[in-house]
Design a protein around this ligand. Structure first.
Ligand code: MLT
Ligand code: MN
Ligand code: ZN
Length: 309
């Protein structure tokens, strides 16, 4: 069985974000509106329900583990977290690795580019390679996630490139021309239960749905997909910043080039938006935008959501 646990549903900053009082953040903070607080995006996956692998390590990981009994230690010094798979090098995907110090042994699987970020930022030496081996992931080559004793976990991963961009801190110019490139900076994952073949896709950052990506995801049983913004200029209109979703490497939910339109005829069994920014009106229960997304067959992820395939 493929078990998935949403540890966090929000985009970078979370809901509410520490320095934001937009309508979504305010509602989440005061509980006056219909917005549920959420932590930064990550899911845990397991085949046996005993050992879990993290897909990304969010800055909220410490709280996410505390909130989730399945991830609590079962011995004096023990963890059911058997490894981490990273899809990109953004702060909201890797900063949580720093919470995983204190001596545990587990591997990290990531694209060579992300492993280079870990190598070049020596703060990550708190999880030294002697205990936390770093395993490069080749795209389009399935690999098995292994348990601490070297046995197969029952899960396989296949990583593939999606249109994305380098992490914000690695950008070298204001109008970076490389947005939307497929150079390994942003990966999607197919997560497969080796026994049953049940497969889920995790694509929490994606600048566009290309024909190749549409072909890959057509007919999937379960898809977690980039739900950062409702519309491209949403943060500008709300006075929250100067960047469009496109500039940040994120497709929008709405619009003719948006995710809802892109998946309308792809027959995905269960479509769940994740990595949802606090500015996104779908977070508000009862909003028109949430109704539109749900009517199109989408779910809005929430921390603690559990799915078994
Ligand atoms: C993003 O998803 O665009 C990034 O997480 C932004 C950031 O690094 O804050
Ligand atoms: Mn992000
Ligand atoms: Zn906000």
């Amino acid at each position: 069985m493929l078990r998935m646990l949403v540890l966090g549903a929000a985009a970078g900053g979370g809901v509410p974000q520490w320095n934001c009082n937009c309508t979504g953040c305010e509602a989440a903070r005061t509980a006056k509106g219909q917005v549920v607080a959420s932590t930064q995006a990550s899911v845990a996956v397991s085949a046996d329900g005993i050992y879990w692998f993290l897909i990304n390590a969010s800055p909220d990981l410490r709280d996410q583990i505390a909130a989730q009994p399945k991830l609590h230690p079962r011995g004096l010094r023990q963890t059911p977290i058997a490894g981490v798979v990273l899809t990109n090098g953004d702060v909201d995907a890797i900063a949580g690795l720093l919470h995983l110090r204190e001596g545990a042994m587990f591997p990290i699987w990531a694209h060579r580019k992300v492993l280079d970020v870990l190598r070049d930022n020596t703060i990550f030496n708190v999880i030294p390679e002697s205990r936390v081996p770093r395993r490069p992931v080749a795209v389009n080559v399935p690999f098995a996630l292994t348990l601490p004793d070297g046995q197969a976990s029952g899960l396989e991963i296949e990583a593939f490139t999606v249109p994305g961009k380098v992490p914000l801190y690695a950008e070298t110019r204001a109008a970076d021309p490389t947005i939307g490139i497929e150079a390994g900076d942003t990966l999607g994952l197919a997560i497969r239960d080796a026994e049953s073949g049940a497969t889920a896709f995790y694509v929490a950052a994606c600048a566009a749905v290309t024909p190749a990506l549409a072909d890959r995801l057509r007919g999937a049983d379960l898809l977690f997909f980039d739900g950062t913004l409702w519309r491209d200029d949403e943060m500008i209109v709300a006075g929250l910043g100067e960047k469009t979703g496109r500039r940040m490497g994120h497709i929008s939910m709405s619009g003719e080039n948006g995710a809802i339109a892109a998946f309308a005829s792809l027959d995905v069994g269960r479509k769940i938006f994740i990595h949802i920014n606090n500015s996104n009106p779908v977070l508000r229960h009862g909003s028109t935008e949430r109704h539109i997304a749900e009517a199109a067959g989408w779910e809005i992820a929430q921390d603690g959501l559990e799915i078994t395939l």
